[in-house]
Structure formats: C-alpha cells, structure tokens
Design a protein around this ligand. Structure first.
Ligand code: HEM
Length: 337
C-alpha cells in the first residue's frame, strides 16, 4: 500500500514541514490562495520530498528542441506558435511523479510520468503545457485534492487496514484507476503518451472559441515494460535511455488537441472524454539534446499551466488557476533551500 501513498504523494519529511515558513498573503487571502496554501502545506507533510526539490515530479531531465506547427493548427488558435512559420524553440522537462528525487524509475510508485513544455515565442513571450502520463486526473477539484493529501498524511502503515488513503480510494473508482494505471513503467520517456487533462479554450483569428485538452502522442509509439523487463532496468534507466536515444535521433511527439462533443464536461479534469472525440493535430515537438547544465536548468525552470498566450485561454476548469497558486508556493519554497 505504500506505493499507493507515494504515487501521488507530494510533500516533505517532517523536518521539511518544520522548516516551512508560514506563507504570508500580506492581507486577506482569496479562496483560491487559502486552498492553495492548505494543499501545499499538506503536500509538504507527506514523506518522501526533499528540501530544495519539487514536492512532486521531483526527479527529472531537461531537454531542448523545437516545435513546428501543423497546417491545421492556425484554424484552431491564433497563438504565435500555432501559426505557419519557422519552428519555435522548446524546453521540455520529463519527470517521475513521485516526491522523492532519488526514486528508482522502475519503482511501481514512481509514476505518473510528467512532461512539461515551455515554448519560446517570437518577441520574447513564452507559454507552457504541463502534462502527465494519465488520461484523467486523480480527482476533479482542489478540495478533493486536499482531502487526498490529508488522507495520505493521516495514513500510518503501522496501523490496521483500512487506512485513510485506502478509504479515500475505495470511495472513488476514478482515483483508484489512476493509482493502478500509473504502476506501468514506460520503455522510454519517448514511448509514453502524455495528457494535459485540464481544458483550455482555443481562440482563432476570427475570434472563434473552442475548448480542448492537450495530448502528446509519441511518434515512436507507446510501449511499456513487462515485469521481467522492468526488473532488468537500472534505477535511472529513463534518463540514461533518453540521453542515448538523443545522441542518435530526435525524440518526437505530436501535439494534439482533443475537442469535446456538446455536453462533455470541461470543468472536471478527472472525467475523460471518449476516444472517438475529434482531435486536431497541432504540430510536432522534436527534441534534439539534453540541457547543457541540467542542474541549473532543473532549478531555474518553473512551469505554470496558466502561462498562456494570446489565442489560448482558461476554460471553466478551476484547477489550472489553483495549480498555478500552488506551483508558485512550491517554487518559492524550493528556491529558498
Ligand atoms: C490540484 C492539482 C495539482 C496540484 C496541487 C499540483 C501541484 C504541483 C506542484 C506543487 C508541483 C511542483 C511545482 C514546482 O515546484 O515547480 C507540480 C509539478 C508538476 N505537476 Fe502538478 N499539481 C496538480 C495537478 C496536476 C495536473 C492535472 C498535471 C498534469 C496533467 C500535473 C503535472 C505536473 C507536472 C508534469 C509537474 C512537474 C513540472 C516540472 O517538470 O517542473 N499536475 N505539481
């Protein structure tokens, strides 16, 4: 059961919790700020995190490459990187979702894998996508995410079953599925599919608005390891394999927007849309190298799902704004170490 705790655990040791300075709002906190602060403080109480590292997705590798828009992208969004033209530079961080920066890539609780992308746009602007390897988030609201973190923190493996986290999962089949699916170990970061889960609104040059969710489809195909293969891999095989692969060929993903049918919910990222929904191919990400100074890149990069640009807007999904507030607390905290 420990693996269930850690698969979405996001927090620190008790020592880290004690080191956490109270987060001052400088006045009245908004509802989002208050929830964000409660979530972050609870994340820090979950065993596994290390001061100075991300409290989730702590182990990662940063790569460089480009994004080239498809011919169809501009009809969906007028965003600068979706217009026809030369490829734009991208910085990508792949990660294991676990809070422990030393987690073995082969561990059943290392997932979900993360893929965060920064597009450097002409004129100095930038925009981000922060995606993970599961179609459907573990819960649908910030309050549920807080309840999950609290259940994890309240779980003491020395106590008899059912533990608080087991009761949480037993009552929520989608969260249970998330935990079970995420035990799969990809053969490579280049053979994993990633999902944005949160819905955004795409706006084209005529002002037409269309909701959508990002998907990143590996051009090399999706492949996961079986039990024997997993056993044969080393703890850092995902980054080692990626470096070796990049030395011989680019790693490519197709960036796709899945569009909802009328009635498909956009405000709950735990509710997946059926696979027969229309998709628009937005273009191709081609990664060509690992960042020259990986340690500095790891530390400096701060992705934000609300770092948008003209042509991409928030939808009625409240999670990106909440995530943004939690990520900001996390960045401040990890950079202070
Ligand atoms: C209430 C919901 C969520 C909360 C509170 C949350 C919290 C966090 C925090 C605190 C970080 C560390 C940020 C940093 O220090 O830079 C993080 C990183 C990350 N999160 Fe979330 N997250 C949430 C939902 C999601 C969702 C829905 C996805 C993807 C679909 C996601 C994908 C990631 C990824 C990939 C990273 C690592 C980014 C990097 O490589 O720097 N998270 N999350």
């Amino acid at each position: 059961m420990k693996r269930c705790i850690r698969v979405f655990a996001a927090g620190g040791t008790m020592a880290a919790a004690l080191l956490l300075a109270p987060v001052s709002s400088g006045g009245q906190e908004s509802g989002t700020d208050d929830l964000a602060r409660q979530i972050f403080e609870t994340m820090l109480k979950v065993p596994g995190t290390r001061a100075g590292h991300r409290p989730v997705h702590a182990k990662g590798i940063v790569c460089q490459g480009t994004f080239e828009a498809s011919a169809a992208a501009g009809a969906l969004s007028r965003a600068a990187h979706f217009r026809p033209g030369p490829p734009v530079p991208v910085t990508v961080r792949f990660s294991d979702g676990a809070p422990d920066p030393a987690v073995a890539d082969t561990a059943p609780d290392a997932g979900p894998r993360g893929l965060a992308i920064r597009f450097d746009l002409p004129g100095g602007d930038a925009t981000d996508i922060v995606a993970m390897s599961h179609n459907g988030f573990v819960v649908g609201t910030g309050e549920e995410f807080l309840a999950l973190q609290q259940a994890i923190v309240a779980t003491d493996p020395a106590q008899p079953h059912p533990w608080p986290v087991e009761r949480f999962l037993a009552a929520r089949p989608r969260a249970m599925k998330f935990v079970q699916d995420n035990r799969a170990v990809p053969a490579s970061f280049a053979t994993e599919a990633f999902f944005g889960n949160d819905a955004f609104v795409f706006v084209n040059k005529d002002g037409a608005r269309r909701a959508g969710r990002y998907r990143l489809v590996p051009v090399a195909g999706t492949r996961h390891l079986d039990a024997a293969e997993t056993k044969s891999r080393s703890p850092d095989f995902l980054s080692d394999e990626l470096k070796a692969r990049l030395a011989t060929e680019p790693v490519r993903f197709r960036l796709v927007a899945q569009l909802p049918d009328p009635g498909d919910p956009t405000k709950d990222p735990s509710l997946v849309w059926r696979d027969d929904r229309k998709t628009v191919d937005l273009g191709t990400i081609s990664l060509t190298s690992v960042a020259a100074d990986p340690a500095t890149a790891e530390r400096r990069l701060a992705f934000d799902p609300t770092n948008l640009t003209d042509g991409i807007e928030l939808s009625d999904d409240p999670l990106p704004a909440l995530r943004s507030a939690v990520y900001a607390l996390s960045v401040k905290h990890r950079r202070a170490k």
